[in-house]
Design a protein around this ligand. Structure first.
Ligand SMILES: C[S@@+](CC[C@H](N)C(=O)[O-])C[C@H]1O[C@@H](n2cnc3c(N)ncnc32)[C@H](O)[C@@H]1O
Length: 312
């Protein structure tokens, strides 16, 4: 079904850009990977996130927020970007008493979640001061795929030939925030407009971003289905998770442009160990903790930035 919609859009202008393809694949209101209603155990998620792995992740974060609240004297309000299935809400609100918890999430609110302000668009958010948390949110944005060939930059677009979708390259004139070597590919995430809109609503806030990332030049695009890497993502549209590693240098530069100040960037394992994750681990959590600290701990990073009211 989604493929028909994609083909119709391609036929209007000859191609669609890869970020538009990702947007339709993940967020088409009816058939998108994230937005369609899922039947439990029939179509499983293709990833497991830290809050789904163990409640220790959310507990560490909750006590860290409490510590920062005392230090920065910010309101104890939380805005969670991309709340997913709601696990983090429970672990944070079970650990500390929060004045207001808002979740920005395009998916429907799970039935078991109560007492939070669930919004699907930033336009529903009023002026905000407090803490903003984002776990695996920025990697779920639409992205372009930029390729360097013979000193020029090209972007991948999706075209159609007798019902089959194909990838082609067209010249890319925009700015690429990474110096690429010949043949290298770069996932250029479409974060700009979202960050401008978010920043306009923020008076004072401390933002904590958890995501898997790398240095530019080492960032790969990946397609997953049923926990496996797949390459038939042009065919199984809406059934495949499309994602890429986050370029934290670029994300930081955009956040600075919209008024946030850099505080720190560190591996997720350091963040969790420095904030005493062992206090929250039960013996049965050990396998999950190993994944969190060893595997995810190395690939994931934590970026912290602060926005304060301008003194002028
Ligand atoms: C990879 S999931 C992570 C979910 C959750 N944070 C966790 O750790 O389990 C990313 C989530 O962000 C949501 N999302 C991505 N972009 C969004 C946007 N612009 N507005 C609202 N929700 C968004 C998706 O629907 C998805 O549920």
């Amino acid at each position: 079904m989604l493929k028909k919609i994609v083909v119709k859009e391609i036929r209007k202008s000859g191609f669609i850009t890869f970020d538009r393809f990702v947007e339709l694949s993940l967020y088409h209101p009816e058939f998108g990977y994230y937005t369609k209603k899922r039947v439990k155990n029939v179509l499983g998620e293709d990833f497991i996130t830290a809050p789904e792995l163990t409640s220790a992740f959310g507990k560490v974060l909750a006590f860290y927020i409490k510590k920062k609240y005392q230090e920065l004297k910010l309101p104890l309000r939380i805005l969670e970007l991309g709340g997913g299935k709601g696990f983090l809400i429970k672990d944070i609100t079970d650990s500390i008493s929060v004045d207001k918890y808002t979740v920005l999430e395009v998916r429907e609110k799970p039935n078991w979640i109560d007492g939070v302000n669930w919004i699907s668009s930033l336009s529903d958010l009023g002026e905000f001061s407090g803490f903003i948390v984002a776990n695996e949110f920025f990697d779920a944005f639409p992205f372009k795929r930029i390729v360097k060939r013979g000193k020029k930059h090209y972007e991948v677009v999706v075209t159609e030939d007798r019902g089959f979708l194909k990838e082609e390259l067209i010249e890319f004139e925009g700015e690429v925030p990474c110096s690429l070597n010949e043949g290298e590919e770069y996932p250029l995430f479409m974060w700009k407009d979202f960050l401008w809109e978010l920043s306009e609503k923020i008076k004072r806030a401390y933002l904590i971003v958890f995501d898997y990332g790398n240095s530019c030049g080492e960032l790969s695009f990946r397609a997953y289905r049923s926990n496996r890497l797949v390459n038939d993502y042009l065919e199984k549209i809406g059934e495949t998770d499309l994602t890429a590693s986050v370029d934290f240098t670029y994300l930081r530069s955009l956040l600075e442009k919209v008024g946030f100040k850099f505080v720190s960037l560190k591996p997720q394992s350091s963040f969790l160990l420095e904030n005493g994750i062992e206090r929250f681990l039960k013996p049965s959590d050990v396998p999950a903790a190993l994944t969190l600290l060893v595997d995810m701990g190395r690939k994931f990073k934590v970026l912290e930035v602060l926005k304060e009211v301008s003194p002028f």
